[in-house]
Design a protein around this ligand. Sequence first.
Ligand SMILES: *[C@@H]1O[C@H](CO)[C@@H](O)[C@H](O)[C@H]1NC(C)=O
Ligand SMILES: *[C@@H]1O[C@H](CO)[C@@H](O)[C@H](O)[C@H]1NC(C)=O
Length: 360
Amino acid sequence: MFRVLFVLSLLGSALIRRVNSHEESGEWSCNSGLETQLVAEFRPGIVTLDGRTDDWKDIDGFEFALLPALDPDAENEYKGGKMTVKTLHDGHDIYFMLQVDGDYVYSKGDNNKCPSVALMFQVGEEASYHNMGGCKEGVSSCNNKTCKGHEVDIMHFSIGNAIPGRLYGGNPVDNGEGSGDDRFGHLVDLYAWTPHCRYFDGKGPSGNDSRSQNDWKGSWWHSSFTVQSGFVEEDSPYAKDGQKGTYFFEFSRPLRTLDRLQQDAQFTIGETSKMSAAFWYPPEGLPWHGSGHFSVSCDWISLDVTLGSSMLTTGTSSSGNVSGVFAVLLSVVSLCASVFVGYWVIFRPKRIPFTPMENL
Ligand SMILES: *[C@@H]1O[C@H](CO)[C@@H](O)[C@H](O)[C@H]1NC(C)=O
Ligand SMILES: *[C@@H]1O[C@H](CO)[C@@H](O)[C@H](O)[C@H]1NC(C)=O
């Protein structure tokens, strides 16, 4: 908790500094100066992907101010509130929970008049947060050769056709076509080298790859919903417009995917990845624009996929205690085992009959 507060206070001061320098130069600058470290602990079996987030209550997360992604000026912060991001893994899949306050708005079938979220991950080693990979090539010349090393992986969920609490993302129809698209709920798997060179997984300027797929699954919810058993499409808009509350988004993806083309980030237990999260909200009922999104930071934030939970949530001293207890337990167990083995060697019944070699 103190670590979170400390980092948040750093965030505050860093933002103030950055905004000043931003106004001076007029160019893109980001002195985020933070060591925001999201941690995906090993916590198997606690999260259900249903958009509801009570199951995350014991998981620590980070709270981020949401600033406009293209012009991160604190004056234009998303007024609805902060975004909380939590993550964990179960050894096979990684999970993300995004939570942000917002009055309820929903226009069925119109994605740009509904809130929307995205996650972005670094794939290529030279891929910058700024400009979605930061390749210098234009739309006509960007491809997997000219922009090699600048790949970013993106998951984007637009909820205009997604029933709350239902699962969207990878589905047999789109995966069958080797595409990261999701024609049912628009929870899509993309990659990009720049904001203008952005494609569904498996599609691209150098040709398509039939083995690609949408590896994400996810769901959304709003705290103003009163129905708990399950919505169908006819229930849209699911709640009254303008109700105060909180939007919840849950996602999961396998740590590793079948990608062969640098279109998916690959997560490794024990290693750190770079990511970001973005949020779109229709301003005063008007549709949002693709570039009009808020972001949790003006640079990558790091994401640790860790081996175990005991090392992380607790401080160093208590993790020392835990490993101490384990060491004692282990030595007691091994002492018992060696006594037993000794007993077995000396006193075991000698039932194995002697077989002379010539009888074999
Ligand atoms: C790749 O897929 C896209 C979208 O499905 C299609 O428009 C394009 O013609 C395909 N390209 C090739 C080379 O097959
Ligand atoms: C570029 O993409 C095409 C089509 O997906 C693929 O066949 C080719 O191997 C890729 N080239 C490189 C250098 O990654």
